[in-house]
Design a protein around this ligand. Structure first.
Ligand SMILES: *Cc1c(COP(=O)(O)O)cnc(C)c1O
Length: 396
């Protein structure tokens, strides 16, 4: 029996355990501790942000971000449609409603022209959204400049969901550091992991201390805005229990030290896949925009079934038969039953990427043998389904 090859699994470096042991040795297990401060500072250095708050997940970070920019019940928030559901769920936690925006074919991320158009129409109606959430998908930055320009023009805060794109660049800088608030995830499948965790960054120090305040049950007197500290717990606002543990922050510190190696390994996976599979008819890889460097967090491709001889699902199922995990590109959120009544701007692109797109195993810990098994399995599907066998030989 073949060993399973998974989509994206945790990959620890040499230092994580050392940091965790330090937390144990000093009994900084809870409630906070020095690893958290250090992780936040080191994270800021790595991505070039001014201030950061470590929290329990990327979803929690998004929830806080939306709350911090003042999203309230009845508000609308513009949001990328082609993404994981965690991008939009926190909008609904606050009683607000997402309006989904389609992506473009060159970055697979929010189409800036669609955003401009939608904001123009809404401005005329006097009905602007409270915030815009842009996603940086699968390791690639969205085209931030025109998106930020549109948001600034209408005075709408931009929140960047960079959960999948830590380590990427946009014009030399890190996606997540351009908008009012950026968020990252350290979930187990991300490019680095703390088993679970997230980060909120901003250039506004007040915003980040407010995030820490809200993330620790909103205890009055701990807010920098409020002067004296009550001996009992006093609360004037609703808070959350969203802080990251000191033990997990220790893992994060270790993982940060290998981030660039992880990016290199994932880009190398992509190169190997592209070299081997790019020759097959009907296979197209997710493009890399010239404005930045993608991490290739997941290697994604689309399959044109006419040319390839088999469709995306046939390929996915054939891989699954060989214990190889692959996954369709995210189902656009406007197609999800739970968001069926939400407005959608644009159309045609995210639906097509979902219909034909597949994510291949992409972990930074895959071996060359693993990659070869995936490649051979895809060649076999093509060979078995292709009516025109000569295309295989030209491909080889
Ligand atoms: C993983 C992910 C999140 C959520 O992060 P968690 O840490 O799992 O809560 C949010 N947005 C996107 C695009 C993601 O891929």
């Amino acid at each position: 029996m073949n060993k399973p090859i998974l989509l994206s699994t945790p990959h620890m470096g040499d230092r994580e355990l050392e940091f965790v042991k330090e937390a144990f040795d000093t009994n900084w297990i809870a409630p906070v501790g020095p690893h958290i401060d250090a992780f936040e500072q080191e994270f800021c250095q790595v991505i070039g942000a001014s201030h950061a708050a470590a929290v329990s997940s990327g979803t929690a970070a998004l929830h806080l971000a939306l709350r911090l920019v003042g999203v309230q019940p009845g508000d609308e928030v513009f949001c990328s449609s082609l993404t994981f559901v965690a991008t939009a769920n926190p909008i609904t936690y606050l009683g607000a409603k997402p309006v989904f925006i389609d992506c473009d074919r060159t970055s697979w991320n929010m189409n800036p022209d669609l955003l401009w158009g939608a904001l123009q129409r809404r401005a005329k109606m006097g009905n602007l959204p409270k915030a815009v959430v842009v996603v940086h998908l699968y390791g690639q930055s969205a085209d931030i400049d025109p998106i930020l320009e549109a948001c600034d023009h209408y005075g709408i805060p931009l929140i960047e969901d960079a959960a999948e794109s830590l380590g990427a660049t946009y014009k030399g800088r890190s996606p997540g550091t351009f908008g009012r608030i950026g968020i990252y995830s350290f979930n187990g499948n991300k490019i680095i992991t703390t088993s679970g965790g997230g980060m909120l960054v901003s250039n506004d120090e007040q915003l980040i201390s407010k995030a820490r305040f809200l993330a620790t049950q909103a205890r009055d007197g701990q807010s920098p805005a409020k002067g004296d500290r009550a001996p009992h717990y006093q609360h004037s606002e609703i808070g959350y229990n969203y802080r990251l543990s000191n033990v997990l922050a220790g893992i994060g510190r270790g993982q940060l030290r290998v981030l660039s190696e992880r990016v290199a390994a994932r880009r190398n996976n992509f190169d190997i896949y592209q070299k081997a599979l790019g020759k097959l008819p009907g296979i197209q890889f997710m493009p890399e925009e010239s404005f930045g460097r993608a991490t290739r967090w997941l290697t994604c491709l689309t399959i044109d079934s006419e040319a390839f001889g088999a469709d995306r699902e046939q390929v996915r199922l054939a891989l699954a038969e060989q214990q190889i995990e692959s996954r369709p590109v995210w189902k656009p959120l406007h197609l999800q039953p739970v968001f069926a009544d939400c407005e959608y701007v644009g159309g045609g692109v995210s639906e097509d990427l979902f219909a034909r797109g597949l994510c291949l195993p992409s972990g930074s810990n895959l071996t060359n043998d693993d990659l070869e098994r995936v490649i051979n399995a895809i060649y076999a599907v093509h060979y078995n389904h292709s009516k025109n066998r000569s295309s295989l030989f030209t491909a080889l």
